[in-house]
Design a protein around this ligand. Structure first.
Ligand code: ASP
Length: 330
């Protein structure tokens, strides 16, 4: 459906940054700059929009769980109170893929399209991609997009729960790499995952496996009280299964209620524990497979499930099922 009233939600990032003493810093006053730029363009190309901003605007390197919940609240207010039928959220690119993934799960059930975008160079800088990304995203929304979260960057539309940042400088900074996605779909979404439901604070962490990892490293992480630990395994889901101390640490964490989720650290990989004994044995500590999910998708999904107040068993159940295209190619 074509968009009639757009919520432009600005949270900071390079797109609106200005030069400070130590480098680029987030800046307010972006609405006036967008309106001035739009005045130079043909009126028919852009939808009517209202502006809201996260205050203070942030470098997205400072993104935290609370910012995602604030975004959800602002999007909800824009749709329910202001009557917006599409959302364009601007943020920095460093954690844009994490936000796109988290919002894909936090906004389940929202009946309008949500695009996330940003820029590699500030608006107004010579050769910047800022206006192209911003107005390109607005045009895409005006022409009509399906509901759900997507990332719009450098003329490309990417699935919100499949994208990763790929370049730190080039304009085509994001990719959704092909990964095997053949999980089972959830037949119905639980009411607790609806975007209007209240959320609670979450403590979760990710740990890439690497040669030299020790049980003591795992103990240290677990001692922070994490509710879930995302293990970025080797290849098809293998890990140091010969390290009985490390396995025991994971086993006892799982027995105490910690969700242990696994993804592949290969950019185009997916988990299939049974291929190697080192995978099966590692998984026997209580690991749940994240299939072909990216780190961003797995973290965003764990966050949404835990924030909904789900138990270990419930998180494990829903984590294994496709909720919005993160596990299943549509
Ligand atoms: N550090 C910036 C940010 O993520 C980078 C960017 O916007 O491209 O906010």
């Amino acid at each position: 459906m074509r968009c009639k009233k757009l919520l432009l939600l600005y949270t900071g990032g390079t797109i609106g940054m200005q030069m400070g003493a130590d480098g680029l810093v987030p800046a307010t006053g972006f609405e006036a700059r967008v309106r001035a730029q739009q005045a130079l363009m043909p009126a028919s190309e852009q939808p009517h929009w209202i502006f809201r901003e996260l205050l203070p605007p942030i470098d997205s390197a400072n993104m935290a769980h609370g910012h995602w919940l604030a975004m959800v609240a602002m999007i909800r207010a824009g749709v329910e109170d202001d009557g917006c039928d599409a959302v364009l959220l601007l943020q920095g690119t460093d954690t844009l893929a994490y936000s796109a993934a988290a919002l894909s799960f936090l906004l389940l059930g929202l009946p309008v399209p949500v695009l996330l975008s940003g820029a590699m160079l500030p608006a107004g800088a010579e050769g910047s991609d800022a206006w192209g990304n911003l107005f390109g995203a607005m045009s895409a929304l005006q022409q009509g997009l399906v509901s759900g979260v997507q990332l719009y960057f450098n003329g490309q539309l990417l699935h919100g729960a499949r994208a990763s940042k790929w370049h730190s400088e080039a304009f085509d900074a994001f990719r959704a790499l092909p990964r095997q996605r053949h999980g089972a779909a959830a037949t119905e979404l639980p009411a607790r995952l609806d975007y209007r439901q209240p959320r609670q604070a979450v403590n979760l962490a990710a740990l890439p496996l690497f040669p030299g990892i020790q049980a003591a490293h795992v103990h240290a992480l677990l001692s922070t009280g994490v509710q879930a630990l995302l293990l970025e395994c080797y290849g098809s889901g293998t890990g140091p299964a010969a390290d009985s101390e490390l396995l025991a640490a994971l086993h006892s964490a799982h027995a105490q209620g910690v969700v242990l989720a696994a993804i592949s650290q290969c950019p185009s990989g997916h988990v299939e524990f049974g291929v190697y004994a080192a995978g099966s044995q590692f998984a026997s500590c209580g690991l749940i497979s994240g299939g072909g999910m990216t780190r961003e998708a797995a973290l965003g999904k764990l966050f949404a499930l835990l924030a909904a107040g789900m138990s270990q068993t419930e998180v494990e159940h829903w984590f294994a099922l496709d909720l919005c295209g993160e596990l299943l190619e549509g």
